[in-house]
Design a protein around this ligand. Structure first.
Ligand SMILES: *Cc1c(COP(=O)(O)O)cnc(C)c1O
Length: 367
């Protein structure tokens, strides 16, 4: 059996350091908003090339709080894509704003900047580009439109820790960069966690308040905040893992290159990497018009695959209220039928990739 992902292998390679880090937290007895969170916030912001980092409870919460401090009000509109984790739309709804979807670029599967302006209204207040699968969205034209119409830009970088756009790390390009440390992400905790990075000192202060009940000190509360904090144990774990992130991303890139090279003459489409992009391959996603046959065949040969994501958000039951229909976003909808995520993680062996590729290349799944 080749599993889609194996988190235990990575843990075993760093278990001594992890156990030491967890033990230190237990011995110190400080579990919420202590030294590990503060240090990790600085280390991760620094890694992203941003001034401030605010550790929160999850990637979803990072997006939620960033949207709140962007000044998005009830019934405002926020631009994003229909092919993303449901969280990206949920947080727009949870501030009582309206998600407005834009179709994607057929080559990169990411927000198509040339389609944004047609969707803008007087109520549009923000754009959330998603660096899906680890490939950065085309940020320059997005930032240019945002500047012209005075819109906030919140990067959903939950799948793209360490990815670069024109030599700059994602997360540092818009007003806010939002990251998830869900265990399966390129930088994953052993539980939930997230972070917002920003260069705006005032907003950083507001975010710190919001994640902690709206408090400015022990007894005084300035706004109606939340309980959404990265905890000390997760921060201590993430500090150990951050040191490994570049090496792990390199390994993902090398294995993705191997897949693409071996699949060059096969019948499946392989992911592209734009000249201006550094892709960190959170997922390795291929394309086939007979995706379901391929998936079933690989399953029968004990190769586990997944689909990210089979149902676009505008066609989810929970978003019927927006009134979208089939064919509203044809590029995205077609893609949802064709994409398949193959196993990819830093510790995956070349032997396993060779085996997966030989199964795809033997073409028997097509009959
Ligand atoms: C994982 C993910 C999220 C949500 O992160 P959580 O930590 O699970 O809340 C949001 N957007 C994208 C694109 C993601 O991949």
């Amino acid at each position: 059996m080749i599993s889609f992902l194996d988190l235990k292998e990575q843990y075993h390679s760093i278990s001594k350091e992890i156990e030491l880090a967890i033990n230190n937290v237990l011995e110190q007895g400080q579990f919420i908003l202590g030294q590990n969170v503060e240090t990790f916030e600085n280390e991760f912001a620094n890694y992203c090339g941003a001034k401030y980092g605010i550790g929160v409870g999850s990637g979803t919460e990072a997006l939620h709080l960033a949207l709140l401090v962007s000044g998005v009000k009830p019934s405002d509109e926020v631009i994003t894509v229909p092919n993303t984790a449901i969280s990206t739309a949920l947080i727009i709804s949870h501030v009582n704003a309206i998600p407005v979807f834009v179709d994607i670029d057929p080559e990169t599967f990411l927000l198509d900047p040339s389609k944004i302006e047609k969707r803008l209204t007087k109520k549009t207040k923000a754009i959330i580009p998603v660096h899906l699968y680890g490939h950065p969205a085309d940020m320059d034209p997005i930032l240019e439109i945002a500047e012209r119409y005075k819109l906030a830009v919140i990067e959903d970088a939950c799948q793209a820790h360490g990815a670069e756009y024109k030599g700059k790390k994602v997360g540092s390009l818009g007003d806010f960069g939002c990251f998830s440390f869900y265990p399966t992400k390129n930088l994953g905790a052993y539980g939930d966690g997230g972070m917002i990075v920003t260069n705006d000192e005032e907003k950083a202060r507001e975010l710190r308040m919001l994640r902690n009940y709206g408090r400015i000190d022990r007894y005084r509360c300035k706004t109606k905040g939340f309980n959404s904090r990265l905890d000390e144990i997760q921060a201590a774990i993430l500090r150990v893992k951050l040191k490994m992130l570049d090496r792990w991303n390199e390994s993902r890139g090398r294995l993705a290159g191997l897949y693409s090279n071996l699949l060059r003459n096969s019948k499946v489409g392989v992911p592209i990497e734009k000249p201006w992009a550094k892709h960190v391959f959170h997922l390795y996603v291929v394309k086939s018009s007979e995706r379901d046959k391929l998936k079933n065949y690989l399953q029968s040969k004990e190769v586990e695959t997944l689909i990210h994501f089979p149902i676009p958000i505008h066609l989810q039951d929970s978003y019927k209220c927006l009134g979208y229909k089939i064919h509203d976003f044809p590029i995205c909808e077609n893609l949802c039928k064709e994409i398949l995520s193959l196993p990819l993680y830093p510790e995956l062996t070349e032997d396993k990739i060779n085996l997966i590729v030989s199964l795809i290349s033997d073409g028997r799944w097509k009959v």
